[in-house]
Design a protein around this ligand. Sequence first.
Ligand code: GLV
Length: 320
Amino acid sequence: MPGQKKILITRKLPDAVINRAQASYQATLNNNDEPYGVDQMIELAQEKDAVLCTLTNDMSRSVIERLPNSICAIATFSVGYEHIDLEAAKERGIIVTNTPGVLTEATADVALLLILGASRRAREGAAMITTDWSGWTPTQLMGLSMQAKRLGILGMGDIGRACALRARAFGMEIHYHNRTRLSPELEEGATYHETPEELLKVSDFLSLHCPLAPDTKNFLNEKRISLLPPNPVVINTARGPVIDDEALIAALKSGRVAAAGLDVFDGEPKLNPGYLDCKNAFLLPHLGSATIETRNAMGFTALDNLDAVFAGKEPPNKLV
Ligand code: GLV
């Protein structure tokens, strides 16, 4: 339609999202879902008004500086935005939005899946049943109970709190560290620790829910792993680089860490091959928000943000 704004959608999104995008915009789609290289994306962005991108798109300063002047907004289909240089976008007057809130429950569900999968040795069990299971034995694949264990949550935002809610139903005791202490209503009885190190000392299970930032990169290193109680279980649904992979792999191999449940990886999709050798690493391919309902909601939220930008209003999830 003449007068319609032009948007570039960099990855294949769910049908319901594409249908809505096409009803409102002249949308350039990536039907084959092949990740664009930077040059290709810049080329496709020519004469567009906005880019609806994902966490697989490099939106660092050098890329943002090459975007055409016609681009007035970048709407990322993600809550995390470490792939976007906000300062560079701001300097060019480009509005950036994300999709918080709508993926809280799905991601917390996956954190629980990882807690259970890692502590109950699901990877080994799934392998055994298709290879050499010779029947039930009293000592086969004994794991660790969640009941009465301390769950340490690093980053008590929406997802951290949703994880706590679920873990309480399994009888876990909740501990947390957050940049700012929560109100008693939001704490719901969780024990606050002033420093991440104090939290680590009590974390029989540790679940990472902090954003990736310069101060959280490689947070879980050898020194911090040594603070954990014996036989800890480490869970990551946040971002891969929050963990020092070499340190965690060494700890999984030595038994210093009993098990890990990981949904995100430094350099994904190329995860450190050391994890593949660790039977006590229960691994998923970044499925945190991967439900139909959640991915639709993420797409609709990204479009709500763009609709607001083009209506001259403040988008609901404006980062800059
Ligand atoms: C997923 O990892 C997201 O940031 O939305």
